[in-house]
Design a binder for this molecule. Structure first.
Ligand code: HEC
Length: 147
C-alpha cells in the first residue's frame, strides 16, 4: 500500500517537472514572449525633466516671467554652454542680464545628475527657437569637476 502511494507521488512529481519544463522550452527568439516594455532601458527624457523641474519658473514655452524669471527661449545667456551648465548645477542669485533685461532673482541648484542635466539642457537648446548642439553628460561632468 505504502509503495503504491510513493509511486503515485513520484509519478505526480515527474509530471509536474515535465509540465514546467515544457513551458520553458519555448524558442528563445519568440517575439511574443521576449518583447516586454521593461526590456528596453529607459532613456533619460529631457522634456519630462523640464516639465517636472524647470517649468514652474521658466514656463512651458521657455518664455520665463518678465522681471522675475529670465527666458530660456532665444536666451543670449545660452551662448556660453559651460555657463548654462553651471547655472543648472549650482543655481545662482544676484544680477544677470538676459537679452538686455536685468534679473536679480535666485535659482536654486537643481538636484539632477549629469545625464539628467545633459538631457534637460539638450531639450532647452533644441526647443524654444534655440539652436545649439546637444549637451553631453561628459560636458556636464567636466564643468562639475572644475567648479
Ligand atoms: C525656482 C525657480 C527656478 C527653477 C525651478 C529653475 N530656474 Fe533657471 N533661473 C531662475 C532664475 C531666478 C534665474 C536668474 C537668476 C539670477 O537672476 O541670478 C534663472 C536662470 C537660468 C538660466 C540662465 C539665464 C537664462 O535665462 O538663460 C538658465 C540657463 C536656467 N535658469 C535654466 C534652468 C533649467 C534648465 C532649469 C530646470 C532644470 C531651471 N533653470 C530651473 C529660476 C529658476
Amino acid at each position: 500500500m505504502k509503495k503504491i502511494f510513493l509511486a503515485g507521488v513520484a509519478t505526480m512529481a515527474l509530471f509536474f517537472v515535465y509540465s514546467c519544463g515544457s513551458n520553458t522550452n519555448k524558442p528563445a527568439g519568440n517575439p511574443y514572449t521576449n518583447t516586454t516594455p521593461e526590456a528596453k532601458p529607459a532613456a533619460v527624457d529631457g522634456e519630462s525633466i523640464y516639465k517636472k523641474t524647470c517649468v514652474a519658473c521658466h514656463m512651458g514655452d521657455g518664455g520665463g516671467v518678465n522681471g522675475a524669471f529670465p527666458p530660456l527661449a532665444k536666451s543670449d545667456y545660452l551662448a556660453d554652454k559651460g555657463r548654462a551648465i553651471l547655472q543648472v548645477i549650482k543655481g545662482k542669485s544676484g544680477e544677470m542680464v538676459v537679452n538686455g533685461s536685468t534679473y536679480n532673482g535666485t535659482m536654486p541648484p537643481q538636484p539632477l545628475n549629469d545625464e539628467e542635466i545633459a538631457a534637460v539642457l539638450t531639450y532647452v537648446y533644441s526647443n524654444f527657437g534655440n539652436t545649439g548642439g546637444p549637451v553631453t553628460a561628459a560636458e556636464v561632468k567636466a564643468v562639475r569637476d572644475k567648479n
